[in-house]
Design a binder for this molecule. Sequence first.
Ligand code: GLN
Length: 475
Amino acid sequence: MGGGLVGATLDTLRLTAEEAMGLLERGEVSRAELRAAYYDAVAARDAELHCYLRLTEDAEGEGVPIALKDVIGTEGVETTAGSRILEGYVPVFDSTVAARCKEAGLSLLGKTNTDEFAMGSSTENSAFGPSRNPWDPTRVPGGSGGGSAAAVAGGLAPWALGSDTGGSIKQPASLCGIVGLRPTYGTVSRYGIVAFASSLDQVGPTTKTVRDCALLYGVIAGRDPCDSTTVDVPPVEVPDAEHLKGLRIGVPRELNEADGIERGVADSVARAIELAEGLGASVEQCSLPRSVEYGLACYYIIAPAEASSNLARYDGVRYGPREAGGSFDEMVERTRDAGFGDEPKRRIMLGAYALSTGYYEAYYGQAQRVRRVIAEEHAALFERYDVLLSPTSPTVAFLIGEKAANPLAMYLSDVLTIPANMAGLPGLSIPCGLSEGLPVGLQLVGPQFSENLLFRTGHALERALGFDYVPERLR
Ligand code: GLN
């Protein structure tokens, strides 16, 4: 790490946001030069990687540039959530997170690609075509926030924001070899974010280092009067300690030995566990039997149910393009048929079914009770352990097209990230090695509001692991 200035040119592949901040503060580089360096990288690589849906070359802000996932509402800048049904929608206000980035001086580079309405694990559900993985462009960058992750890993942005409902920050970070934080539910405002599943959606940072992650979390976190589910958070600490003395790590068996975890993934995580012990942590096996067995099924009741309600607003009247003609009902039907892709349609049908009279209790009500069990199972473990450790994704980046035709195979990408999300817990993914030349991600989960602890743990491990986040083919 370190460096970033190569002669007069900036090496955006290596430069961290923190280093970029230092260059700006010391006057070693101007705001315009910094932005130009990222746009040069966009010009060089975005035709292949397709990280961005649109660029904002005239954006203001004197600080470090940033990219925002296109579910994040931005005043005066089209916000589509990767869907045709929102094409041409230009918000008249900033989401709270976009406003906080602006207040901190961050300047917007552009809006990044996402699966339609953040539904997916590969960006292949984007109405505007998939993004590609900077480590191997024949492979997906993960999703739904694959555009943000590929932009950071490919040097097309110093850092970015994503959103995570079931794993959409952590899983793409894992597949792209960078850091991603899904914060504790309620610590980051959802005001002005295109809603998917409101009881799960949470915005968070996608960065090269854990320190960058803490810095960006510090910009966006905290109570917002416009979102009544938010709370004040403890002051954010940028980590610097390099040991884990006294830390008690639990290794849930079901999250580490689940069917479908690739051998190379398990091996990388095992090596990271040995390193953690070497840094002074105590490591013990533990168990989350019901969370892993029922988490995914429970998520695929709750998330589609909430989505079917949230997506009812796209009717051709209030947002985006309209398929005119016929009666009002026919207009709405035609608009929704043309505007939504297959995945949102699938979720609307699943969700509307789960919420229908006579089934509500059997599905949504029951899933809420299971969710409570998952939260309690995690809470019991946190009486004995400070953090829980597992792989983030069972696999490394898969090939474009490999899972696109099989929704169930795609859903399984999040089997290890969903349990913590259902419990409202924060999770940090950091790269921990390579398998078949592709990055492997390690997930650290802590109790609610334990972001500072996750940053300390992640930073110490990151230092010890010495993972090089610049994709091998671009070095
Ligand atoms: N892949 C999961 C889904 O399709 C999670 C997506 C997300 O976190 N937004 O729902």
